[in-house]
Design a protein around this ligand. Structure first.
Ligand code: GLN
Length: 191
């Protein structure tokens, strides 16, 4: 059974823990470097990416996170988590840092201020039936490197991507009562 940590300094941690546990993973919150060290894989949840990265630095998790992600730990970022995984961000806060690893440029709050949230049924590569995708002040992928596989699009932009051991969605599969995307991630973890 894979040990899957969920970054838990900020964000919608509980929903990810519940979904992963329901799928049979040993899921636990990660707030400290020793907890990160126990992870076979990690989820970076939705939340507020600027706050998450500041807290990660304060709690001495940012550099260990960068090391683990770069050295191949399977990692799945949702919404703010996608921003944290991105190598480049547009419309970030001044000097906003990321963990990085995913060769994409992500635009924060890309779907606009007026319509902060919406839901859509999207076809997703690897799944037979569409997923119900919940977008909450979501980013999109503005540009993706050659090694990035686009799994789903909305409004003409990638909103679900995979690059080797990394996966990211602009939307929140953890709130949709549908474990299929987490299952894809766990399949990736198990190789
Ligand atoms: N807009 C948020 C950010 O920039 C992400 C929103 C979310 O995770 N639902 O971090």
């Amino acid at each position: 059974m894979a040990s899957v940590g969920v970054f838990a300094l900020q964000g919608d941690v509980r929903e990810h823990l519940a979904t992963l546990t329901a799928l049979g993973a040993e899921a636990f919150p990660v707030r400290r470097p020793d907890e990160l060290a126990r992870c076979d894989a990690l989820v970076l949840p939705g939340g507020e990416s600027t706050t998450m990265v500041k807290l990660a630095r304060t709690f001495e998790l940012l550099d260990p996170l960068r090391d683990r992600v770069r050295s191949g730990m399977p990692t799945f970022g949702t919404c703010a988590g996608m921003i944290l995984l991105a190598d480049r961000i547009l419309d970030g806060a001044v000097g906003q840092e990321t963990i990085g690893g995913l060769d994409v440029t992500v635009r924060r709050n890309a779907f606009g201020r007026q319509v902060d949230s919406f839901e859509a049924d999207l076809a997703l590569k690897g799944l037979d039936a569409p997923v119900h995708a919940v977008f909450i002040r979501a980013p999109w992928v503005e540009e993706a490197g050659a090694g990035v596989d686009v799994l789903a699009e909305a409004a003409g932009h990638p909103v679900a991507v995979r690059q080797g051991h990394l996966m990211a969605t602009s939307f929140h599969p953890e709130v949709a009562d549908d474990g299929r995307i987490h299952r894809l991630f766990l399949d990736l973890v198990q190789g």
